[in-house]
Structures are given as C-alpha cells and as structure tokens.
Design a protein around this ligand. Structure first.
Ligand SMILES: [Zn+2]
Length: 192
C-alpha cells in the first residue's frame, strides 16, 4: 500500500509546535467515540505523554486508585511523526483496556499480545488502514528518527525493570504480538 496522505519526515523537528496532553486527550475521546463506544468505562481511563524512549511506544497500567493510565512515548509529541502513528498506538492501548488488561473489565484472554490479539481486534473495529500506516512508518523511519534524536539531543533515561514488567507495553514494532516470534531486526533494535 502506498502512503500518499502521509508526509514522510523521519527526523526530529526542532522548531514546530509540539503535541501536548490536551491534544492527546482530544484524540483519545475522538477515537473512543468512533471505535470503542460499545466498551463500558468501568474505571476511569486517561492518556498522557511520558518520556521519550527508544523502544517502548506506549503502555497502560491500572494505578492503585483504579485509574487506567495510558502513557505514550514522549517522542510522539513531535508533529513530524504522523498522527496515524500516534493514533494506532493509542488505539492499541485502548484495546488492552477493552480486553481487560490495565483495566477493571473482564479479561478476554490470558496474555495481552498472544497471536496478534490486539491487531485482530483493531482491524475488526475498522482500524486496519491506520494500523498499516503506523507499522510501515515505524519499520521505515523509527530507527533513523532515534539516531537523529541521539545525535542532536540527549541521552535516554531508563525506566526500572519492575515498572516495565508490570505494564502492558508496546515494544518497537510490537514484536511480542506474533505468538512469540521475534524478528532479527527487533533483536538488533533492542540492543541500542
Ligand atoms: Zn500491547
């Protein structure tokens, strides 16, 4: 599939207005209304940008106060990353909520990513094209984007492993969604 509607820029923008949490929550509510309106909000759910990260694109966790908190990679503040990329990752986390991961809804499966559970659900809900744009963009541009960021900006800070394990998080390319299959390329990326 070609991507005529997506402006391909794969370097961090230096001078453009960044997306903020208000923008993110507006996207969240729009996506919910359009694609997830049948899902009960059994407990509150919110989305915010976290720190820029090399690998983790997004995550959802249930806090002690029973709020489902979606944290999106801080790089997604950068408008040079297409909206579809941010939307697809956000919708991925919303699907976790709907399937009972990081939420108080009934769990629909034992493991959140096994056998492309999330992608299948996103496609079923009519999100296939956006998902396809996101996968192509991350495959073709993410690595270069990260390299440029490292060159021009700063180092990354690392979250501790305990937190990472507790969250349902999205590694770059969603490699854990292929029934345990991990690509060679993904292994390479993880070594950064
Ligand atoms: Zn996930």
């Amino acid at each position: 599939m070609s991507l005529p509607s997506v402006k391909i820029i794969c370097e961090p923008s230096q001078d453009r207005k960044l997306r903020d949490n208000a923008w993110l929550m507006t996207e969240f509510e729009t996506l919910w209304k359009q694609y997830f309106s049948d899902i009960e909000r059994k407990n509150p759910v919110m989305a915010a940008f976290g720190r820029p990260a090399r690998v983790r694109l997004g995550s959802i966790r249930l806090t002690r106060k029973k709020v489902s908190k979606i944290i999106m990679n801080g790089h997604f503040r950068d408008p040079s990353i297409p909206n579809e990329v941010v939307q697809a990752i956000l919708a991925h986390e919303m699907t976790h909520y709907a399937q009972g991961f990081g939420s108080q809804l009934e769990k629909k499966a034992k493991f959140p990513h096994r056998c492309a559970l999330v992608d299948k659900e996103l496609i079923r809900r009519g999100f296939g094209e956006t998902l396809s744009i996101q996968k192509k963009w991350t495959k073709n541009h993410w690595q270069h984007y990260i390299e440029e960021y490292k060159k021009n900006t700063k180092k990354y800070s690392f979250s501790n492993k305990k937190t990472r394990k507790k969250n349902h998080s999205e590694p770059f390319q969603g490699t854990s969604e292929k029934c345990g299959f991990v690509t060679k390329f993904a292994n390479f990326v993880r070594k950064f």
